[in-house]
Design a binder for this molecule. Sequence first.
Ligand SMILES: [Zn+2]
Length: 262
Amino acid sequence: MAAETTSAARRPVRWIAPPTGWSRAIAAGISTRQGGVSRQALAELNLGARTGDHPEHLRVNLARLAAATGVPLAGSARARLEHGVRICVVREPGETPTGDGLLTDRPELPLTLTVADCVPLFLALSGRAVALIHCGWRGVAGGIVAAGVQAITAFTGTAAEEIDAWIGPSIGPCCHWLPAEDAASLPAAARLGERPADGLRATWRIDLPGAAVAQLTAAGLTPERIQATRLCTACHAKLFFSHRRDRGTTGRMLAWIMRRAP
Ligand SMILES: [Zn+2]
């Protein structure tokens, strides 16, 4: 296969692991853009099926990520994103009906979704259930963080204080601005300050990961059990695809979470 002979193809797959302290019973992570065979704007490790990439590139990239992480990602339950607040309980591999959150109690079934700026939120109730939530600004405004916590507590009958949360890399407040009319729908914790209108329209600096932390705390999680990897996807062009930085023409990282078999 020609793609395998490029120099980029020989770079090792690089992925981001959860912070220290994360339960060993739970496999989780998010890919970077390094170590795959996709080309040009999708180089290298694109994992977004709806980016126009060659299917063989996507297959090779996913196989490489699975080999690097030891997680059977080809057999995952995948979210078909809609920028809403729906959480789907899944027990089988394959793409779900639309929904921005996945929840399962099945061991060895990876949950996956793709991101390129939005916040990937990993929730784990050790030994019981895991959830993976896609938090764009519309989802955060609509309450998807609380919906995810509510879904996992209702499903397991366990209190929110026992949930571990990891907020993965996403666009940071350094690079994220929204028009005032969109920013108004977000919780106060997401709005860091207004930039004066320059004759056109006012914009607000947005802190989506900060909003997720505030919403997790408000939903009853213990602050010590909330961890965040504060790496901005738009700032780090060698590491991450970024929908905003690349003006929509870009690849996708893959986030996953899985209960390991006891
Ligand atoms: Zn940034």
